[in-house]
Ligand binder design. Structure first.
Ligand code: NDP
Ligand code: OXD
Length: 311
């Protein structure tokens, strides 16, 4: 039985093949589109470009794995083949990368880096009023693997941290909110908003004119989750009116961000090419091999996706 790998570049494909083989040299690995005999494929490890309809060719598929933490690409219609369980990545290095990226942007905004760069461009030597860490409230949308790690790191620096999840949560040092009322209550007190939600029908467009208006004037927006969480025109309007002071955006809809999109040249927008945290195959491979073994043996999978919740 064989494992099908499908990702965007040949280099990444080779890195995944080598990483999986380093964990289990006996694996028969096929690189899409060279799947060989379709009936051989028992597991597929896919990234965002793979068409879910194509997976229906593999009658013996018993496991689908996302090459990232997010699974929205696998849930897009027509979705995974019926009856095939889906696992995602929960990986220490992916979490570390995201924590670093979030900290980078929180500190950039908190320490007025955009203002100091503008002063540098104008060759102006001027000290701005010192910001107060304990007065800069950070609100995180999503208190899962990534959101919780980011919350802890931000809290450790002395920022008051809040987080919003689907269900009630208890995270030490974090004021937790949930549900629609919880969202509005958190936004009203959020000076730096960070999005680390999965993209589902419930979370699409969560950062929109209504929710942006709830933020205090001069708040910052940091989105590392998915482009579909943000209504781009609403964010641009909030930036142009000064209601939102600046935004750091790593994810867009569509990707790559089209060359003529206003985000590229907006003086208050920091654009990243979906690189906040990049999966490192050698770090992620052990859990993927573990799931392949578990699927073969009919044992419960790790990092299983809840189809009902969509993440
Ligand atoms: P998790 O599944 O661990 O956490 C998701 C969190 O979102 C949970 O706290 C969950 O609530 C909450 N949530 C889900 N739906 C809702 C809802 N309707 N209302 C309120 N809260 C909700 O995911 P991860 O932390 O591992 O990853 C989050 C996302 O980050 C990924 O899905 C992916 O899109 C993105 N990502 C981006 C990367 C990049 O480089 N830009 C890299 C890696 C991931 P509850 O706790 O109640 O379940
Ligand atoms: C992920 C990503 O979901 O990199 O892991 O976006």
């Amino acid at each position: 039985m064989a494992v099908l790998l499908s990702t965007k570049s040949d280099t990444m494909m080779a890195a995944w093949r080598d990483a999986l083989r380093a964990v289990d040299p006996s694996l028969d690995i096929r690189l899409f589109p060279d799947a060989g005999e379709p009936a051989d494929i028992e597991a597929a490890v896919c990234w965002t470009q793979h068409d879910m309809a194509e997976l229906r060719r593999y009658a013996n598929l018993r496991l689908l794995v996302s090459m990232g933490a997010g699974v929205d690409h696998l849930m897009r219609p027509p979705g995974p083949p019926p009856g095939v369980p889906v696992a995602r990545l929960v990986d220490a290095r992916l979490t570390q990368g995201m924590t670093e990226w979030v900290l980078l942007n929180v500190l950039r905004f908190h320490r007025q880096d955009l203002e100091y760069r503008a002063l540098q461009a104008a060759r102006v030597w001027r000290e701005l009023p010192a910001p107060e860490t304990s007065a800069r409230r950070v609100g995180i949308l999503g208190l899962g693997e990534l959101g919780t790690a980011a919350a802890r790191a931000i809290g450790a620096l002395g920022f008051p941290v809040m987080g919003w999840a689907r269900r009630p949560k208890a995270v030490e040092g974090v004021e937790a909110f949930h549900g629609a009322d919880g969202l509005d209550a958190m936004l009203a007190r959020t000076d730096i908003l960070i999005c680390l939600l999965p993209l589902t029908p419930d979370t699409r467009g969560v950062i929109c004119a209504r929710t942006l208006a709830l933020l205090p004037r001069g708040a910052f927006v940091v989105n590392a989750a998915r482009g579909g969480h943000v209504v781009a025109e609403d964010l641009l309007a909030a930036l142009d009116s000064g209601h939102v002071a600046a935004a750091a955006l790593d994810v867009f809809e569509p990707e790559p961000l089209p060359g003529d999109h206003p985000f590229w040249s907006h003086p208050r927008v920091l654009v990243w090419p979906h690189a906040a945290s990049i999966t490192i195959p050698s770090s992620a491979a052990p859990q993927v091999v573990e799931n392949i073994r578990r699927a073969r043996e009919g044992r419960p999978l790790v990092n299983l996706v809840d189809f009902q919740a969509g993440y």
